[in-house]
Design a binder for this molecule. Sequence first.
Ligand code: HEC
Length: 132
Amino acid sequence: MFLKNVKIMSTLVGGALFLSNQLVAQETAKELYDENCGTCHQADGGGVPFQQPELIDSIKVLGDKKELIKFVMEGTVNSPNMDSEWGNVMPAFDYLDSVEMSKILTYIRTSFGNNASPITEQDVEDVLKEQS
Ligand code: HEC
């Protein structure tokens, strides 16, 4: 009886620890997004009309992982002749490390009502390798 209770207790504690770790990870991804992207794309991913697009239901966000990684690394700041409908340019985020990049991109693919597969650190590193 005693042993059984200990087992149940440790399962509960383990579960609570797992949950709180998940919450911390999610918060960090949100913080990274808010710091790096939120000023332009807004905390709710809604963007700003004529300035920068929303990240909701966007093919670029939800589609091909490699294309998304490359796009966010390069931004649009170095393609001034690009025919853009948006008033603002997007900075290059090549200074983010692969952990930060994968967290932010997973966050935008799974927030604001979006529901696409996560982007792993390895996905980002594969793109970096291809480019070097
Ligand atoms: C200074 C403002 C600014 C910041 C900061 C910024 N962006 Fe952007 N972003 C833009 C603009 C402007 C565009 C539209 C570019 C174009 O198509 O001309 C854009 C486009 C995008 C798109 C393509 C959306 C679509 O449907 O076409 C994605 C994805 C994106 N940004 C992700 C991010 C992420 C992730 C971050 C943070 C790491 C970020 N952006 C930070 C301004 C910004």
